[in-house]
Design a protein around this ligand. Structure first.
Ligand code: AMP
Ligand code: GLY
Length: 443
């Protein structure tokens, strides 16, 4: 059943919105935000070649590290709300700076972003709040790591403490592999992000992503989603940023979600408050549903990609009000935000070689795409000298469809994918296999 939103507010100024970031996630946020009639313009800094295909959207190029120029430009553009997409500017304190300059910002300050930029800090945080998560050891040297790895009965998961674009996690099958993973991190594979390593007990179960929009005290939960992290079909191959997703995740029934709220989401927000962290943005809970209940695998301080592209088409025109309320700290937590009665799915088309080395600059052909309930959000594209669309990243395009059920969603997504081509295009053919009745691995 669709839910009609009860939030609206015609008295606030939301004419000019700025989104910081350049991926499919930011394009999908822009697409959802522009639906509101109060919004006249959505600027993306820097966006990508797909951004200006979206209604009301314009790309701008401001150096966010040049703080004086940034403030001048934002004043000039009369920006009413700023949404910061990626983790790096959040971890660098961009939201704090902009708030001090009196801008309305959706995105946590540096203190809140620590949930993502230090895995050891996040683990300690969970321990303090009694939030279920895998057991862990924080180690500062390869000798310390070796001692823990040797004394453990099973191979441990090995993680670089800091930001590593989703690549800093190893799931070894042997102790020897564990040791080598820790060694490569300490040897500088991820630079300073690997000065500290977190070793974790390996846990098992399906994964689900839950997003809470938070105003510092209260929160709203968006439709849940399931990502597909592995590169290849049957969930094999290396971890990637995400090869596809679907939403909502039928795996989480109401009772399970209630348990997650009680044991994970509310304790997280309470603990943030206890630590005097006013978190105004989205908290991404990466969860694993284990035999002994849901556990946190990781926190992120931003929307997931491609979960965001998958969820945004389910939002109605009042989505932007939720972001504004979070930014202002005046969410009631009881907002009934509009969601579609449809379900949504996303398939990512990548460059050959991703998540390892890949080439870019290949022309992209896009044929006849369904005009209803199908969106192409560019993830990594650029325009060539003659205005032609070219590949410009590992993840190139997000193909997102909505329909009555997941069979119809993915049938539509794969039908539209046939209309898309570039040299070396790769995508998984089994996205949504968990929720498709018509799926067989022989397809
Ligand atoms: P992260 O970047 O922390 O989300 O980890 C990437 C992926 O590694 C997760 O989505 C899981 O599939 C896997 N992973 C991370 N930590 C663990 C763990 N403790 N046990 C099993 N798998 C894990
Ligand atoms: N889809 C996983 C992430 O955004 O980290």
């Amino acid at each position: 059943m669709s839910i009609k939103s009860t939030i609206s507010n015609s008295s606030i100024r939301l004419e000019n919105i700025l989104i910081i970031g350049n991926g499919g996630r930011e394009n999908s946020l822009a697409w959802a935000i522009q639906k509101n009639e109060l919004v006249k313009k959505v600027y993306l800094n820097p966006g990508n070649a797909g951004s200006e295909r979206i209604n009301k959207c314009e790309r701008i190029k401001i150096d966010i590290d040049n703080k004086n120029q940034l403030v001048e430009k934002l004043d000039f553009l009369k920006i009413d709300l700023i949404v910061i997409g990626p983790e790096i500017p959040l971890a660098n304190g961009l939201a704090d700076f902009l708030r001090k300059k009196d801008f309305k910002v959706f995105g946590p300050g540096k203190d809140g972003a620590k949930l993502e930029y230090s895995k050891s800090w996040a683990k300690r945080f969970m321990q303090d709040a009694n939030i279920p998560t895998a057991n862990f050891w924080k180690v500062n040297s390869i000798d310390e790591a070796k001692e823990i790895i040797d004394s453990s009965l099973l191979p441990l998961v090995v993680k670089a403490d800091g930001l590593a674009s989703g690549k800093g996690v190893y799931i070894p099958d042997s102790k020897d592999e564990c040791f080598r993973a820790a060694e490569s991190i300490f040897n500088g594979k991820f630079g300073k992000s690997g000065n500290v390593v977190v070793l974790e007990e390996k846990i098992e179960g399906p994964e689900v992503s839950v997003f809470a929009l938070c105003d510092g005290e209260r929160y709203i939960i968006l439709p849940t989603a399931q990502d597909h992290k592995r590169l290849n079909e049957k969930d094999e191959g290396p971890n990637t940023g995400g090869m596809g997703a679907y939403s909502p995740a039928p795996l989480l029934k109401d009772a399970e979600l209630k348990k997650i709220i009680k044991e994970i989401i509310e304790p997280t927000i309470d603990e943030l408050n206890k630590k005097n962290i006013q978190y105004r943005g989205v908290i991404y809970f990466g969860l694993m549903i284990t035999k002994s209940g849901p556990k946190v695998i990781e926190y992120n301080c931003r929307f997931g990609d491609p979960e965001c592209q998958t969820i945004m088409p389910l939002m109605d025109q009042n989505f932007v009000f939720l972001l504004e309320k979070c930014a202002m700290g005046n969410l009631t937590g009881r907002e009934k935000f509009g969601t579609s009665e449809k379900v949504s799915g996303c398939v990512i088309a990548t460059s050959k070689g991703y998540p390892h080395e890949y080439q870019t600059g290949f022309p992209i052909e896009i044929g006849k795409i369904d005009s209803i309930d199908c969106q192409i959000f560019d993830s990594g594209t650029t325009l060539g000298e003659n205005g032609e669309l070219l590949t410009n990243g590992g993840r190139v395009l997000s193909i997102v469809c909505q329909d009555q059920n997941f069979d119809m969603v993915f049938e539509k997504a794969y039908k539209n994918l046939k209309e898309i081509n570039f040299d070396g295009i790769y995508f998984r053919k089994d996205i949504g296999h968990q929720v498709r009745n018509n799926f067989s691995n022989e397809d």
